[in-house]
Structures are given as C-alpha cells and as structure tokens.
Design a protein around this ligand. Sequence first.
Ligand code: 13P
Ligand code: SF4
Length: 347
Amino acid sequence: TREEMEARVSEIKEHFGETLFIPGHHYQKDEVVIFSDATGDSLQLAQVAAQNKKAKYIVFCGVHFMAETADILTTDEQVVILPDMRAGCSMADMADIEQTERAWLKLQQLFGDTMLPLTYVNSTAAIKAFCGRNGGATVTSSNAKAMVEWAFTQKERIFFLPDQHLGRNTAYDLGIPLAHMAVWDPQTDTLEYEGNLADIKVILWKGHCSVHQNFTVHNIENIRKQHPDMRIIVHPECCREVVAASDDAGSTKYIIETIEKAPAGSKWAIGTEMNLVKRMIAQHPDKHIVSLNPYMCPCLTMNRIDLPHLLWALESLEKGEEVNIIKVDQTIAAEATLALNRMLARA
Ligand code: 13P
Ligand code: SF4
C-alpha cells in the first residue's frame, strides 16, 4: 500500500541519514516532494548539489539533465541516482551535439567569430560542454537576463540553445527587436530570418518545451472573458505571444514568490507545469488560483519519478546495489563545468 511504501522510504532515509540527499524539482509529484530534502528550481538544485559534501548518495527527483548537472558539480565519490531512467526532457532531446557542431560550423561561415553560445540548463551535458569550450555559459530561467547581458559584453551575437522561447523572451525584454533574431532549424540545417543578416544579434535554436507550449493566446482570451479581474502569470518557456498577452512572466521561482506575496483574495491564472500549480492551489486557499490551460499541462517525464520508483532506488541502495547511476564522461564534465561555473559566478 501507499502507507507501507511511505513508511519504507522514511525508514531508509533515517538509516542513511546525512549520507543520503534527495533533491526534488518543483514540478515533481507531491508523493515524491514530501520526501525531498531540498526543493527548488533547476538553478537552486544545482547549487545545493554543489554545496552538499556530506551526501554519498544523491537520489535526484527531477529529470535526466538535472541529475547530470548534479553529477558534474559534485565530487567523484558522490553517486547521483535517477529513480527512473525514462525521466528525460523532450526539450533537452531537441538539441544533440552532432546537430549543434554542424550548426556552429555553418553559423561561423555566416557570422565569423562574433557569437557566444549560451545554453539553457535544460540541455544535455554534451551541449553544456560545447558552450564551455567555446567561451559560453549555461543559463536558467531565473538568471537568463543577466547571462544574456553578460554574453553581449563578450561578443556581438549570441547563439541560444535549446529553447527558442526563453531565448526570444529574454532578448526581447533586453530591448532586442524581434527582427534582429533568427531561428536555426536543426532539421533542415537552415537559418530562418527576415531582413538583413548583418543585423541579426540573436540566433535561437528551434526547440521548445512540450509542456509550456500548451499555453495559448486562446487560453488567455478565455480567462480574460470569464475572469476579467484575474492576473495571468506565465513561465518564459511559453511562446512570445503568450508572454506578451500575460500580465507577468518569470521563472518557476519567480512565479512561486509572486503568488506568496500576493494579497489574500487575489485571483491568478498560472501558465506553468501542473504539479506546481496544483501545489500552489493547495498552499494558498486564501487566493483564487487556476491553471491558465484548463487541461492543466503535466510534464510526463517529470511524472515518471513516482513513489514506487523512489522506493525501488532507495531499497536497492539499502541492499548495497547502486542502480540508475548518472555518470557524465570526464572530458565532457570538465568542459560543462566551465559553462556552469561562468553562470554560478554571476547568478
Ligand atoms: P526552471 O526550474 O529553471 O524554472 O525551469 C523550468 C523547467 O522546465 C524545468 O524543467
Ligand atoms: Fe523538459 Fe518542459 Fe518537462 Fe521541464 S517541463 S522537464 S523543460 S519537458
């Protein structure tokens, strides 16, 4: 039963004490989040993993790229475990390293040595390594603006992977006109742009989040009609049109803080992942909160980490078996560290 599983997880956690650490992303299910030693967005979790020197085992409740980042930032003795290897990220899967190297060569033919690569942390370790060895950095949705500003102190142009929406929304907020942004399509190896090539300042990888793309301008129109006094806040992984039509936009952390600070009785439609929206609804009974999309929008891969998988990973450790280890190749890890550290030094 669920109660038995919960009791076993608690028992094993107690047995391992500080040698076991369970980070949990905000988009995880409640049944997993209740056992998390730290919850956070992707940046916060990367930082706590880097600071934790006591834990031998880091059982990461999140998706594959987050577990990779944790492995890169922790010591060789620490073991990072992902309770279900199928917990990937469709956005991270949209940029593979061969496509990226090919794009970089072609873009260099167009723009020479004027570009700095930036990658959203929602990317494979190999893409982070690509950015690291080319002078670039990682970004998260919490610090994308600061990192893009920094990138423009280094080079005239940025090459932003893999989320076109976070890249476009961030650059737009910094005053870069949409006409000065191009999109690299890795399926056709072509650059899509209007106007003058020389004016292009931002090259966006044609990737997106399959969860946040489900929030539409149509959803916003419906909310405006039904609840004219409701404020609409969305994640910058939503497309430009949705962000523009909303009242506010920001990272997972920003959305949580905004709702916490909001006065009792205030009304909110939130455009981000379902588990988090449901948790905010439960945590703020004094506020009227709904999902911007009535179908809620779960992240299917985040949801693959559930109580049975968490228990299985922990019971394996109890038996002395290390299952589902996430270990990034050393050369890749070293180059990815360059990219992550350039971000952590500024974030
Ligand atoms: P943040 O946690 O950086 O807001 O990213 C959202 C996300 O999609 C994580 O997968
Ligand atoms: Fe990837 Fe989007 Fe799921 Fe985050 S919410 S893990 S970006 S698919």
